[in-house]
Ligand binder design. Sequence first.
Ligand code: ACO
Length: 436
Amino acid sequence: MPSNTLTITDNRTKEKYTIAIEDGAIRATDFRQIKNGQDDAGLMVYDPGLVNTASCRSRITYVDGENAKLEYRGYSVEDLAEHCGFLEAAYLLIYGDLPDEGQLKEWQREISHRTMLHQSTIEFTEGFRHDAHPMSMLVSTLSTLSTVYPEARNVQDPANRLHQMKRIIAKVATIAAISYRHSVGFPYVYPDNDLSYTENFMNMLWKMVEPKFAANPVLARALDALFILHADHEQNCSTNAMRSVGSSQSDPYLATSAAVAALSGPLHGGANEQVIKMLKAIGTADSVPAYLDKVKEGKARLPGFGHRVYRHCDPRAEIMKRIAERVFQVTGRNPKFDLALELEKKVQADGYFAEKRLFPNVDYYSGLIYEAMGFKPEIFTVLFAIPRSVGWLAQWDEMHRDAEQKIMRPRQIYVGEHNREFVPIEKRKAGQGLKA
Ligand code: ACO
């Protein structure tokens, strides 16, 4: 018997099966041969939340949860955040290798020349209410690009895919900026192709009457590093949404907007906004123990804590603490930062939370840095979505290149009723069915 196999005995039938182990995984479809009688369609794998299911083979991002390691295309994210500009890291994620000087220059040109939006897209954004959430505006506006670029539907053509990917990376920052300007009632600012990706984003957000916007270099560098830390994180909820929607061969604008929708939830990218709300609600360091008691009683949560894959710490949160110190030298210290440190200390010293492996994740410190830089909490998750678009697109392109990938279609275990007798409406009794 080859050693890289798994032998299973089905105690219902006493049958033995041997299935192959490859790359530390078994194929779920191998279980279909395990049947308990002729009418049995075969054994399924039940995995709510896909906690232990690998849905693809990927060469993009490596996460080692036990050792708090994160790599993009084999490079440590720490090195990339320290030494690269955002578009340089984006090139790495999309193409698989770091660019040389000429390639980087051309890539920067390719992106910066696509930052403008079609006038119909700008007019579309004018219809939003002034208090619309920026993530909702981003979801909707990204999907309207599908109407502007109908050729994007040809997802089988790698050159066409790349063309659309460049458009999305370029335009997502412009959409985010005009959504922000819309919410504060300021006129939109055109992109400035002389500036780097992050400087131009700040230009489109904050330029007022000055002839040319000059970003603070420390803040622009910090934003580059923060964008790199957010650029990809393998098969999380939003990437899974991107791949799942893309698997039906829908166009990348629609798939990316689905991914943004997934990111917006408070259990995912929306946690960064919730962290600020939590810290505001706690108020001062002496209120931390009372808040933690509420969490233990199940009456509150700790947004920005915990992770599905990391077991001891999230390496991105540690890098963010260092970025925070650099930013605060320019902006002044965010007073909530010390409260956040105190909360982290108390959580880590408490056995109850240690047992649940709760530690700060990527969303814990990012909002505090963004707030110090002058961003409003409602836009924090958008600041996550902009760089994550690169990861989503790299994953989407990889999916289309992978001959093993199929339309996503999980199975279910049906636990409902069967063969019910139809009751005419006048004979039905009220009060049946789901309760709110
Ligand atoms: N606050 C309070 N309790 C928590 C938290 C938290 N932040 N996170 C986990 N727990 C508890 C759970 O209630 C659960 O308790 P139980 O064993 O008594 O049922 C236990 O810890 C295990 O957590 P799960 O929810 O089973 O872990 P899961 O892997 O499903 O969820 C998640 C991970 C969603 C990140 C979770 O930790 C969470 O809700 N965190 C807060 C939201 C957040 O910060 N999200 C951003 C994550 S990073 C990202 O998406 C970019």
